[in-house]
Design a protein around this ligand. Structure first.
Ligand code: ADP
Ligand code: MG
Length: 610
């Protein structure tokens, strides 16, 4: 079978996406590869297709059990024999898998990196015919990102232990040069062919909002998108807990996920989301690496992440099926401070020299500044991201809040000077709230009486506490002031920008991108059509899919993705041949689901045709 035949027969797709063919050809030619493609671009097929075409079994090393499980479920649905060995596999089951693996019954065997140096696994591999070794989420080997896993460092040794070295293929969505170099070096890739595809995700709409109340912004969004599923990322566990409690109490159907929950709870809550029992997941960045749920239609960041890489990776979990999806960043004054705190108080790594540590710190600050610049909403958001990843683009995208929104400017220099001089005169030791009390001249606020003698005490007594806080929020957001959390309280501090405002009369103008009407958006991913389709039929097929998925206890998108259902609604197949033409329907799915879906479509046609 050719690769194109495999693509259509097993996966039901008509054509390859950018980069896929080249990567597959290189692997089949026995070259090591490093493939850098954005989330949702279709990296899995790049190793699954060669795995099917080569003799023997491909080993896929993947960092997360949930990720492996979803991929295995999807492969099985396509009639491909695949299994996973990881710490959660029960021992009787794993005995059976070892046996079948030794007998060469799987085309793909997914393993967690922790397994690689266990005696049982080493014995197994010695009797297997390993066709290739694939490393998914390969950036986990690098310490430069938040996903570093020390167990990934075992991979090179594992590969070196083969008598005949197999082809090695590494995959990541992380684009930076440093991480790429780390991957090649630490996985000991041999003259790898490096493929970097375009980083644009045309079907994603990007938006930056600076709402007065983030909570209200979220409520409003959820209320107007009740049928959609999405993820809301918070930067701290506490933040996620709070948002979860508020929304749950108000009756929103949400689930939550962060590293502070026990593993069973995490598993359940992920399952709720993946199985569509909860539409919205509230999570920290612990959630989502390799989440295979393809119909996520929005990703809201409740707080600003620390760098563009993280933002793009997390936001990129939306719209993997190629359908239009939205990525919204909510910015508030505290966000920058939280990220600075994370940088100044890294939780990681034991064995680092002070020099290394400070280098990393500096790098992280630089990365944060890019994130701040993105959120200021001055340039086309997509252009900003793509340029960050080294892609030259001059055109504005027309599909982000900067391109589509109107902007409102206002000059707040005088208020800014009042706030900053209060910070200076109180010697940079008050919190945001205390400064607001001070500026209001609130004598009952319990401030140190000495402070009340200072000249600037009460110079903003015409404004409410809340209004003053809002101004401070702006200043923080625009990096005209900063907060320091080293003392456990968030103390307002001056920086170079503040001094320019205070002493050199630098203007402070806030530009607020008003989320305007979106341009008529068209999905631009090649394999997704934008022709209209019948919503009633779509809903009917969605219900049918849910029934089928529940009966088999697999996630709905594993049966058919939304994109596939939409294509079905457009093509309205009535015969087996026509059913096979639907994007995402391969031989196995025709056999398995053709009869009931065709029957439903036939009935629907009869009904509307009288
Ligand atoms: P990645 O690992 O790069 O984030 P995935 O491998 O999970 O992305 O693929 C994302 C989605 O794109 C999946 O639903 C997959 O089936 C789909 N996909 C991949 N390649 C193609 C293709 N050539 N045509 C249509 N859909 C594709
Ligand atoms: Mg992937």
């Amino acid at each position: 079978m050719t690769k194109t035949e495999v693509l259509s027969r097993y996966f039901g797709y008509a054509s390859f996406r950018g980069g896929q063919e080249e990567i597959i050809d290189n692997i089949l030619g026995g070259r090591d590869v490093l493939a850098v493609m954005p989330t949702g671009a279709g990296k899995s097929l790049c190793f699954q297709i060669p795995a099917l075409m080569k003799e023997g079994t491909a080993l896929i090393i993947s960092p997360l059990i949930s990720l492996m499980k979803d991929q295995i479920a999807a492969l099985k649905e396509n009639g491909i024999s695949a299994e996973t060995l990881n710490s959660s596999t029960a021992s009787e089951v794993s005995r059976e898998i070892y046996g079948k693996a030794a007998a060469g019954e799987y085309k793909l065997l997914y393993v967690s990196p922790e397994k690689l140096d266990t005696p049982g696994f080493i014995r197994l591999v010695s009797v297997m015919n390993v066709s290739m070794v694939c490393v998914d989420e390969a950036h986990c080997v690098s310490q430069w990102g938040q996903d570093f896993r020390s167990s990934y460092l075992k991979i090179a040794q594992f590969i070196a232990s083969f008598a005949k070295r197999p082809t090695v293929a590494a995959f990541t969505a992380t684009a930076t040069q440093l991480v790429r170099e780390d991957i090649v070096r630490l996985l000991e890739l041999r003259e790898p062919e490096i493929t970097v595809t375009g980083f644009d995700r045309p079907n994603l709409y990007f938006e930056v909002q600076k709402p007065k109340s983030k909570l209200n912004a979220v409520r409003k969004y959820l209320d107007s998108h009740i049928d959609n599923c999405g993820i809301i990322y918070c930067s701290t566990r506490k933040g996620a807990d709070e948002l979860y409690s508020v929304l749950t109490a108000e009756g929103y159907n949400v689930s939550k996920y962060h590293a502070g929950l026990d593993p069973e709870k995490r598993r359940l809550s992920q399952e709720h989301f993946v199985m569509d029992r909860a539409k919205v997941m509230i999570a920290t960045n612990a959630f989502g690496m390799g989440i295979d749920k393809s119909d996520v239609s929005f990703v809201i960041h409740y707080n600003m992440p620390g760098d563009i890489e993280s933002y793009y990776q997390e936001a990129g979990r939306a719209g993997r099926d190629g359908e239009n999806a939205e990525c919204i960043l909510l910015c508030g004054g505290r966000d920058v401070g939280i990220q600075k705190y994370f940088i100044n108080n890294p939780s990681d790594n034991e064995e680092m020299s002070d020099e290394e540590r400070s280098r990393i710190k500096q790098r992280r600050f630089r990365m944060l500044n890019h994130m701040i610049a993105y959120s200021s909403g001055e340039v086309c958001l997509r252009k900003y991201i793509l340029r960050y990843f080294g892609e030259r683009t001059d055109e504005n995208c027309g599909n982000c809040s900067v391109c589509c929104g109107e902007r409102k400017y206002s000059d707040i220099t005088v208020s800014a000077q009042k706030v900053l001089s209060a910070v200076a005169r109180t010697k940079e030791r008050l919190t945001i709230d205390e400064i607001a009390d001070f500026l209001r001249g609130d004598e009952k606020a319990g401030l140190d009486p000495e402070l009340m003698k200072i000249k600037t005490f009460g110079i903003m007594n015409n404004l409410s506490h809340r209004k003053i806080r809002e101004i401070i929020d702006y200043l923080l957001r625009e990096n005209v002031a900063e907060t320091d959390m080293t003392q456990g309280r968030s103390i307002l501090k001056l920086n170079d920008n503040s001094r320019n405002v205070l002493f050199h009369n630098k203007r402070v103008r806030i530009s607020i991108a008003q989320a305007g009407e979106k341009a008529d958006k068209k999905p631009k991913t090649e394999d997704v059509s934008d022709e209209p389709f019948d919503e009633a039929l779509f809903n009917l097929l969605k219900n049918l899919r849910k029934t089928v998925a529940d009966k088999k206890a697999v996630p709905a998108f594993v049966v058919f993705s939304d994109a596939t259902l939409r294509d079905m609604c457009r093509k309205r197949p009535l015969t087996n041949e026509e059913f096979l033409q639907v994007s995402g329907v391969g031989m196995k799915k025709l056999e398995e689901y053709g009869p009931i879906f065709l029957k439903a479509i036939n009935l629907f046609e009869q009904k509307i045709n009288g």
